[in-house]
Write a protein that binds this ligand. Structure first.
Ligand code: PEP
Length: 250
């Protein structure tokens, strides 16, 4: 059966207390979510341990990034091993905000994917085109995304088996503009096709999520597109009722 996944990226939002309350509220509502839907939340680093304690075990813990280094003199960084120690299972890598504001380029992301894999964590790898590229048409958007996917080529089977790809057009993130369900579906299917042809059968099994102003009102139509395994949700993941409603949209 195809996987159904909803992941919430809290970004740099909530105080610790607010984050714990949000985790408690989600936990109270989680029974509404159909069995088999995988639910992940990625709070800020500082909240991981407390949020883990507050979360219903049905909800998996994610982190929003990790260091490209294993340990040592890298002030301000948080290693994959430290995340694992906090109960993290998933790590978002290559989010457009990390690429834009923190210089996460291809070599850095390759390192980060390696770190995540080396401690047995599972990556959610984000790709997506900027607005000016989208304005040049769907094919150009696809070429951009295909360029970002190339770094997945060297990954071993054990990482690929646990990988999620999130297609997040940059112009749709936090803007209230959403890709049409058809365009979102087309891109997700193209990603699956690319993964199959470039990586093999195991690549074709990788779930592909859509992200970018996804909410309770548009999730059902987007998730019903062939090729879309669910959503990576930013703003709407901070509202427990809405996030749960998105997770019920399959
Ligand atoms: C995101 O940051 O991954 C995201 C999809 O944000 P939003 O849902 O707010 O557009």
């Amino acid at each position: 059966m195809d996987r159904r996944i909803v992941a919430g990226n809290w970004k740099m939002n909530t105080t610790l207390r607010e984050g714990v309350v949000l985790a408690e509220q989600l936990s109270q509502l989680v029974n509404r979510i159909p069995a088999g839907v995988e639910v992940i939340v990625a709070p800020p680093f500082t909240h991981l341990t407390e949020v883990r304690r507050a979360l219903n075990p049905r909800i998996m813990l994610g982190a929003q990034d990790c260091s490209s280094r294993a340990q040592g003199a890298f002030t301000g960084d948080v290693s994959a091993e430290m995340l694992k120690d906090c109960g993290v299972e998933w790590v978002i890598l290559g989010h457009s905000e990390r690429r834009q504001y923190h210089g996460d380029d291809t070599p850095t992301l390759r390192e980060k994917l390696g770190r995540v894999a080396s401690v047995g964590l599972k990556p959610i790898f984000c790709v997506g085109e900027p607005e000016n590229i989208r304005a040049q048409g769907q094919q150009n958007a696809w070429d951009w995304v295909a360029g970002q996917l190339k770094l997945l080529r060297g990954l071993g089977d054990s990482v690929l088996r646990e990988l999620i790809v999130a297609y997040e057009p940059i112009w749709a993130i936090g803007t209230g503009k959403t890709a049409t369900p058809e365009d979102a579906g087309w891109m997700c299917l193209r990603i699956t096709r690319w993964l199959t042809s470039e990586i093999g059968e195991i690549g074709g099994m990788v779930p592909v999520l859509y992200g970018g102003s996804c909410n309770a009102a548009n999730a059902k139509e987007i998730f019903s597109q062939p090729g879309v395994s669910g959503g990576l949700i930013g703003g709407a993941s901070l509202k427990p009722e809405e996030f749960v409603s998105i997770a019920c949209s399959f």
